[in-house]
Design a protein around this ligand. Structure first.
Ligand code: G6Q
Length: 540
């Protein structure tokens, strides 16, 4: 059942109708307790959702929609290993990757408890990470590893890249961490420019080990290393390890499968950070911190699974998003972290959310008549303020936004953190309450400027706060968004764990590759033909 088929959906639509003139100023004035009532906590995070343009009745009706859609059962189906990724016939068990204490968790198809293997890989990763960190693992010529370069793309890049930046204050600083993803050789060339191959360890991260971009970059990296060792292939084993599910392909590349860290087909790429895909992160922050991160994930998982809908953080954020997306017509959702360490978090969420819920057919394959996933975007505060916030405050678009901040800074220098957080608090206040024309006039503003200086307010925001950015709070934050995406996909009745939409372009590119390098006749449309001809001419 999708959200529009529920009985409660008409109540939600009626709420929106009767709340057409909803005013956050009026709502806060009428209820001094609003902020307290609309604040919930879990796994070290506080969500204040009081600055959303909803009242208690709308929230209750949205929760009723979730109940009717069978959300609780769907959550249980995921946690209990059912094959909810039906189009790929797979279980969806990323929650097993961070189940440090419980279990068993059974993949329903195989009847096998997946946790023993999860724990075995985790401990092999720990052994390896410790060797690299301590200098026990060296390059082929005996030099200490100073650079760790993860080669991967999509889910095999965005998670570890984002997380290594996010947790940089916990990382071992005498090793440099870099991420090469783009098939554009510039990415590889510029990344390794100042690196010594003898001091560089490549982690080739690819679930399938056949991805074009990753294999191109891995092959180029192998040539770069071998050039230093005069073509001695024995060097590969010391400078390359793999994270993959495909042992044969890994061996073919020349990597010793003893240095391969596996994961499983029930881990989706964009959900794979807490698997072996996080190896680069584990080398950066160390196994203990990595486990703390898994603990943060696990705490949010437990909250998501057991908390009543009204107190459930991921569910609440998901329902608010649905209200804006499906009722009020918002097309996008902004994520605005007020912490430089989370600079890549919006990019990470773009994949998590848009690849999961950017679908236009329901689970039965019928074209949806309701909106599905929003466009997710954002930049760290305060940079965004000096760029696109103009549109947030005075534009014609409804852009719900999540403001994410920390009470304490890892870099408590001068007044920076006070200035940062003052802006953090000021922005949601300004967006919610605006500034009326009368208030503008009262400042003596000439009448011709009043309209320009007026802020209508009622621009909805969530505020998410934790004490400090730690591995645990970070893990909980990622899990929060994973589960938010899950809830939305469940109510939109789409398959959130496949990504067929990325296939067509890949297949066409494979066809075009030889066409760019030989003179074979072209049979595309006139636009594509002409563009290919131009490339041929320029490279003749
Ligand atoms: C994520 C997607 C996708 C995938 C990449 C890399 O959910 O499946 O982004 O992670 O295409 O795939 P490989 O790990 O197989 O190279």
């Amino acid at each position: 059942m999708n959200l529009t088929e529920t009985k409660a959906w008409s109540a939600v639509l009626a709420d929106a109708e009767s709340n057409r003139n909803f005013s956050l100023r009026a709502a806060f004035a009428a209820d001094p307790d609003r902020a307290r009532r609309m604040t919930i906590e879990a796994a070290g995070w506080t969500l204040d959702y009081s600055k959303n343009i909803v009242d208690a009745k709308t929230m209750a009706d949205l929760r009723a929609v979730a109940e009717e859609c069978g959300l609780k059962d769907k959550i249980e189906a995921m946690f209990s290993g059912e094959h909810i990724n039906e189009t790929e016939d797979r279980a969806v068990l990323h929650v097993a990757l961070r189940d440090l204490s419980g279990g068993p968790i059974t993949d329903k198809a195989t009847g096998k408890d997946v946790l023993p293997e999860v724990r075995e890989v985790l401990s092999r990763m720990e052994g390896f990470a410790n060797k690299v960190r301590s200098g026990l693992w060296t390059g082929f010529s005996g030099k200490r590893i100073r650079n760790v370069v993860n080669i991967g793309i999509g889910g095999s890049d965005l998670g570890p890249c984002m997380a290594t930046i996010a947790l940089a204050s916990f990382s071992q600083r005498d090793i440099r961490f870099a991420f090469v993803s783009n098939v554009d050789a510039t990415h590889f060339a510029e990344t390794v420019r100042d690196m010594d191959p003898e001091e560089t360890l490549f982690i080739v991260a690819s679930k399938t080990f056949t991805t074009l971009e990753t294999m191109d970059n891995a092959n180029t990296a192998r040539e770069w290393v071998l050039k230093r060792y005069n073509g001695n292939g024995a060097a590969v084993a010391k400078h390359f390890v793999a994270v993959s599910t495909a042992a044969d392909e890994v061996a073919k590349f020349g990597i010793d499968t003893a240095n391969m860290f596996g994961f499983w087909n029930w881990v989706g790429g964009r959900y794979s950070l807490p698997s072996a895909i996080g190896l680069s992160l584990m080398i950066a922050i160390g196994p203990d911190r990595f486990r703390e991160m898994l603990g943060g994930y696990e705490a949010m998982d437990a909250h998501f699974r057991s908390a009543p809908l009204a107190e459930n953080l991921p569910v609440t954020m998901a329902l608010l998003g649905i209200y804006y997306n499906n009722v009020l017509g918002a097309q996008s959702h902004a994520v605005l972290p007020y912490d430089q360490y989370l600079a890549r978090f919006p990019a990470y969420l773009q994949q998590l959310d848009m690849e999961s819920n950017g679908k236009s057919v329901d689970k039965k394959g019928r074209r949806v008549s309701w909106q599905t996933g929003p466009i997710v975007w954002g930049e760290p505060g305060t940079n965004g303020q000096h760029a696109f916030y103009q549109l947030l405050h005075q534009g014609t678009k409804l852009v719900p936004a999540d403001f994410i901040g920390f009470l304490r800074s890892h870099n408590p220098i001068g007044s920076h953190h006070v200035h940062l957080m003052a802006n953090f608090f000021a922005q949601t206040e300004a967006l919610a309450f605006g500034k009326t024309a009368d208030e503008v006039r009262a400042e003596g503003t000439p009448e011709a400027l009043v309209a320009h200086k007026t802020f209508e307010g009622n621009r909805p925001t969530n505020t998410l706060v934790a004490d400090e950015l730690t591995p645990a709070s970070f893990g909980a934050l990622v899990a929060l968004y994973e589960h938010k995406v899950f809830v939305q996909g469940a109510l939109w009745d789409v398959f959130s764990f496949d990504q067929w939409g990325v296939q067509l372009g890949k297949v066409l590119a494979k066809k075009i590759i030889p066409e760019l390098t030989d003179g074979r006749p072209l049979s595309h449309d006139s636009s594509t033909n002409a563009l290919i001809e131009r490339f041929r001419a320029a490279n003749a």
